[in-house]
Design a protein around this ligand. Structure first.
Ligand SMILES: Cc1cc2nc3c(=O)[nH]c(=O)nc-3n(C[C@H](O)[C@H](O)[C@H](O)COP(=O)(O)O)c2cc1C
Length: 108
């Protein structure tokens, strides 16, 4: 049921959809990921919350048909955008953070 909420954008009034041209390669995908994160950070700066949603990219043709987006554009992910419901049980969930040493090798 929690996963299905993806397709209602977790109740957010706005769903951002990020497409990339299929001729673009690895570096441009990285650029786009950084761009998406900057949009998410800017949203926080305006008192909004976001949730990146790869779930939307599983059904790219829904948005493609609705918005008349050509096959030459690939849907990377969506981002739900809105004000958080801090009382919702799902908002209470917190994930742990790995210590830096677990994913970094230091060379001197
Ligand atoms: C690119 C990307 C796609 C994601 N797609 C989904 C998704 O489709 N549905 C979902 O519930 N969470 C998705 N997540 C995970 C959540 O948005 C969020 O990152 C997760 O709840 C952990 O948040 P936290 O690191 O702030 O605890 C995605 C995260 C990223 C970075």
């Amino acid at each position: 049921m929690q996963w299905i909420k993806n397709y209602h954008h977790f109740g957010a009034p706005v769903a951002l959809l990020f497409f990339i041209d299929t001729i673009l390669e690895k570096g441009s995908w990285v650029d786009t990921g950084m761009f998406i994160q900057n949009v998410m950070l800017a949203a926080r700066g305006h008192g909004l919350e976001t949730c990146p949603q790869a779930a939307l990219a599983e059904y790219p043709d829904v948005a493609r048909d609705l918005l008349n987006i050509p096959e030459s554009k690939k849907l990377i992910c969506g981002v739900a955008l809105g004000y958080a419901d801090y009382d919702d049980p799902s908002y209470q969930y917190r994930t742990d953070r790995e210590p830096v040493e677990r994913f970094t090798q230091w060379y001197r």
